[in-house]
Design a protein around this ligand. Structure first.
Ligand code: NAD
Length: 268
């Protein structure tokens, strides 16, 4: 308890999956958490669950591709909780798979917008706001960008997701260097989950599009499990714990790094 005491955090995509687990984990450790999501009912439910647990949280509807809404979310953190120290750029989508030669430019652009442009906006407005509270010393700031194993290694039929998540990896390093050189006391790191048992993965299994193969959900799940040397999919709390470490001052010498949490997927 208390590893995030005195910090205010924004978590995008907080209504479910990794974002929900992250919002709860940061709040349990004392952060005041702004939960943002397109899903109003789900996001409000997570903020309520945090409050029922004795934590402090609020929900704000937020489309992460909309710059004006990013400004509103940052202002909300300041007016409601008195500052901002942490942004977790988590919201994202898993697009339908398909070969490059058949992908439309519109679907490519949609994935790049939700999975990469959003992280640029989160870094931009995160840095602008967080630096007001961290550059004069005191509590450090931290931006955590949720990339993927697919930001590290390629996968057929996932060109848009590969490109977006690979972009998040290097955008993170650029932001980390800018913040370090400017003396903002803001660290920026990326997290690269393997397959995590969340609604995103369950929906993809049901669509039968994971790894570009079309078999039933149970068979697909077994195929995915086999790709993880530890012999199972991950759970959202396992990603939330890595985010908590990066968000806290325990990770004070880490910036521009890529934290892989993948049950060994990329080890082979
Ligand atoms: N689950 C995995 O296996 C896995 C693996 C690697 C990386 N990731 C990444 O982790 C992040 C979270 O994934 P998840 O599995 O928890 O997904 P999820 O689908 O379970 O939850 C994602 C949340 O983001 C929200 N969201 C989607 N588009 C949004 C938008 N434009 N604006 C605001 N909110 C939006 C959704 O409403 C949802 O609540 C994503 O960036 C995903 O790419 C997931």
């Amino acid at each position: 308890m208390g590893r995030m005491k005195g910090k205010v955090a924004i978590v995008t995509g907080a209504a479910k999956g990794i974002g929900a687990a992250t919002a709860k984990t940061l709040a349990r450790e004392g952060a005041k958490v702004v939960c943002s999501d397109l899903d109003e009912a789900g996001g409000q439910a997570i903020a309520d669950a945090i409050a029922n647990d004795g934590g402090e949280a609020s929900f704000i509807r937020h489309d992460v591709v909309n710059e004006a809404e990013w400004e509103a979310v940052a202002q909300h953190a300041e007016s409601r909780f008195g500052g901002l120290h942490v942004v977790v750029n988590n919201a994202g989508i898993a697009p339908e798979g398909g070969p490059i030669e058949e992908k439309t430019l519109a679907s490519w652009r949609h994935t790049i917008a939700v999975d990469l442009d959003s992280v640029f906006l989160g870094c931009k407005h995160g840095i602008r706001t967080i630096k007001k509270y961290t550059s004069k010393g005191g509590a450090g700031g931290s931006i955590i960008n949720i990339s993927s194993i697919l930001g590290l290694v390629g996968q057929p039929n996932a060109s848009d997701y590969n490109a977006a998540k690979g972009g998040v990896r290097l955008l993170t390093k650029s932001a980390a260097l800018e913040c370090a050189e400017a003396g903002y006391n803001i660290r920026v790191n990326s997290v690269h989950p393997g397959y995590i048992d969340t609604p995103l993965v369950r929906n993809a299994l049901n669509r039968g599009v994971v790894q570009g193969q079309s078999v039933g959900p149970n068979e697909m799940r077994e195929l995915l499990i086999m790709l993880h040397p530890v012999g199972r999919l991950g759970i959202a709390d396992e990603i939330a714990n890595a985010v908590l470490f990066l968000a806290s001052d325990e990770a004070s010498f880490m910036t521009g790094s890529e934290v892989v949490v993948d049950g060994g997927y990329t080890t082979r």
